[in-house]
Design a protein around this ligand. Structure first.
Ligand code: FAD
Ligand code: SF4
Length: 328
């Protein structure tokens, strides 16, 4: 496998980046840490002739308790113990991404916009060619659900569920200026594994904002994967909430990633629990209801039935752990 030639651009400001994006419309990708994009390029997946490197755009760098620059490296977040104390699920999710080497280069923006994955997609050009390719790259059918013209590739980023339960917002910049939206609105729940985010062509992710009102919630992130030192999530469950001394829970949030083409939060199930004490039966009930609503397909290593059963188990465990931590 080799990298085909491309032209590299190195803008130094958000305005210059957005301008370049307009000039190169449809012919470029943004390059952050490159840990997802470049392996895909080596497999000749959706190549573009131009790459716009974000490394020199100063505004995208760095992080504070309330703001994560899009180019903030995961290893820098992992080292920040105060951040992990304030946002427990985020601290755990960051430390679970890939390997230390990947985290040294991988960024927050790249993680939120990581390409969706599928057993039939993350393969070499020749492997894919032998099957006649697929909808997501170079082909016209899906090998997972052949009767549909939809892509079921799985969103496999670890940070998104943890940031969803922190009520995070994303700031993006494009030809139409800047805008902010809840992270949940970045992902297109009506889309599929190809049309997975609600960004206009060329729109740049600038930063993630963590609201002060959500600080100090207790939380937990649990990840299911085959090789614990290395693999993408086959499932990621994040929870956050405030447990009062009498055991009643407030502001409960629950999000699932690694199971469908987009990560998602389950406010319709958690909002009615506000002010309740969650015993084991209630946690089990909630976990089973979440599992009923999530539909993994057979496009990753573990079987969908198993992943779905593990949703119920992980929801129950994550809630119990978070409550135990809150109780000190
Ligand atoms: C061996 C291996 C294991 C991995 N395991 C995991 C894992 O367990 N969990 C996990 O979450 N990920 C995993 N990854 C995927 C990846 O390394 C991480 O998700 C990483 O955070 C991606 O960040 P990056 O900066 O390298 O993204 P890049 O590869 O640079 O970019 C990813 C995508 O996002 C776009 N993009 C990046 N930044 C911006 C921006 N600011 N605005 C607009 N678009 C942008 C790029 O154009 C590209 O499409 C793994 C990768 C490898 C190689
Ligand atoms: S789900 Fe189907 S269309 Fe999507 S990547 Fe897999 S095989 Fe291709």
């Amino acid at each position: 496998m080799h990298l085909d030639p491309f032209e590299l651009h190195r803008p130094t400001s958000v305005d210059e980046t957005v301008r370049l994006a307009g000039e190169l419309a449809g012919r470029f990708d943004y390059l952050a840490g490159g840990t997802d994009l470049l392996p895909n390029y080596k497999m000749h997946i959706n190549l573009r002739p131009h790459l716009v490197a974000l490394e020199d755009v100063g505004e995208l760098a760095g992080h504070s308790e309330g703001r994560l620059g899009a180019m903030c490296r995961l290893a820098d977040l992992e080292r920040d113990r105060d951040l992990a104390a304030t946002w427990p699920a985020l601290g755990e999710a960051v430390a679970e991404v890939a390997t230390p080497l990947v985290r040294a280069s991988g960024t927050v923006g790249g993680n939120l916009l990581v390409e969706t994955r599928c057993f039939f997609f993350n393969q070499s050009y020749f492997w894919r060619a032998s099957l006649g390719f697929c909808l997501k790259a170079d082909g016209d059918r899906c090998h997972v659900v052949p009767q549909k013209e939809t892509c079921y590739a799985t969103f496999s980023g670890d940070l998104a569920p943890a940031l969803l339960v922190a009520d995070a917002e994303v700031e993006v910049a494009g030809a139409g200026g800047r805008r902010r939206m809840p992270l949940g609105e970045l992902y297109d729940l009506a889309g599929d594994g190809i049309r997975r985010v609600r960004l206009a062509p060329g729109e740049l992710l600038v930063a993630v904002h963590l609201p002060a009102a959500a600080r100090g919630r207790q939380g937990r992130y649990l990840k299911l994967r085959v090789r614990p030192a290395y693999d993408f999530p086959e499932l990621g469950v994040a929870v956050a909430g405030r447990w009062q001394p009498d055991g009643r829970v407030r502001e409960l949030r629950l999000a699932v990633g690694g199971a469908e083409p987009h990560p998602r939060r389950f406010d319709e199930l958690t909002a009615p629990l506000d002010g309740e004490r969650l015993d084991d039966a209630r946690r089990r009930e909630l976990g089973e209801e979440v599992a009923r609503r999530v539909r993994p397909v057979h496009n990753t290593f573990l079987l969908p039935d198993y992943r779905r059963k593990m949703i119920a188990v992980y929801v129950r465990r994550a809630l119990a752990d978070a409550e135990a931590r809150a109780a000190g």
